[in-house]
Design a binder for this molecule. Sequence first.
Ligand code: ADP
Length: 495
Amino acid sequence: MSALNSATAYHYGACIDNEWIFLEKKFEVINPATEKAIATVADCGILETVQAIDAATKALASWSNTTAKERSEILNKWFQLIIQHKEEIATTLSKEQGKPLQEAIGEVVYGASFIEWFAEEAKRSYGETIPTPDFHKRLFTIKQPIGVVAAITPWNFPIAMVTRKLAPAIAAGCTVVLKPAEETPLSALLLMKLAIEAGLPKGVLNVITTSNAALVGDILTSHPAIKKISFTGSTAVGKLLMQQSSTTLKKLSLELGGNAPLIVFDDADIELAVKGTMISKFRNAGQTCVCANRVYVHKDIYLPFVEALQKEVEGLVVGDGLDAGVTIGPLINKEAKDKVRFLLLDALQKGAEMITGKELLDDDGLFCEPIVITNCTPSMELSKEEIFGPILAIYIFDKDEAVINLANNTPYGLAAYFFTQNINRCWKTMEQLQYGMIGINEGLISHPEAPFGGIKESGFGKEGGRYGLEEYLITKYVCLNTRQRGKEEYKSNTG
Ligand code: ADP
């Protein structure tokens, strides 16, 4: 797709009805590694948002009447185009978000896999027949697309968080208005460009880029044509969107913040536990909602675990994501770095000990050396909220019951991990942890086939798996009276 790298300006337009919209009003996209602007993008407002909703509404009539097979063919083409251009997309992703190129390629492939999976899964959106309680009635359900969907996505996975919403929505027969994060709109625009190339009809997908998320969000949540909001982001914004959506009673999927515990029991395979902790904690420089936020290590294996972990952490390479060998990119912006610094200082003041890493300095731009601190306690701020940076916080524990209570002692309930070789402990701990997703002896748990999503204040709704498609479908119940006037009563065993 040489067009992606050409000098044409379509990267920078929003997209409504498959037309690129260029506006006088623009905002800058910053590369967090250099802190320099790499693009300007149309800064949409009320007018463009309403136009996008209108385009999606118009397109719904025909798109919802295509067959799942027809939709699948276009989605599969889209999937193939994304895979074909994965390096180019990943380069843009890395530039606007900061993650290392190899990780960005991994995200593109992972993101595309949702399109491939839902292209197939939509063919299986079965209704059901229900055994009737009345001889004269036949009861059954059919599945239909919910309607126009608004998708609001975060900056930490500019491709995957988008495809996790678009793929099931479009596969189900819905049309979409997407508002990507203001920090990372370029990846979404590349996806849009390829969707058009794949043959996605006008209005099925519309991308609204904006620096005024609150304004656009207000319209999306209050417009009567939008039937569903799918949001990934902070719990505070999720609550606001839910409140705003109440006047038109929209269906919601909210994938919000987490505070993931990771427990290493005394019978854990240490090598496996270190590997799982590394991937769970340091992926995307610690900027994922399922990152291990609190690492609880049993006192009896503390020393060998920490020793092995330290070696791995010291092997991480911080730098510009486009430089060879880099494994930890910059944080997304200054606020993110300030927050990480605040959490670190608070922990150190309250008795935590830094065993790897160094203080966070302004001279290092948005980069942040990976840090391991130990002797952490529940009074520290980083035990209560997402760190969203490469600080690994270790807590030492003794008894199973106590550690499970500590792990559950948070309003959040997204992901939890634990490491043990004992099958009874596996089962009991898995049942007792109040989280929507559990990794056992594994730190990387998300797959398109599986239902990703949280409980408690981490939100509701699932992304991925057959549950992910359900989010974009309504179940219509039908009761058919089989009596025919003037005909002899028809009877059969309807069981
Ligand atoms: P983060 O702190 O990770 O940036 P946010 O919840 O602020 O998480 O952002 C996630 C997404 O929500 C982004 O696309 C952002 O633009 C959008 N957003 C932020 N505030 C609002 C709002 N008031 N209404 C609608 N969308 C919003």
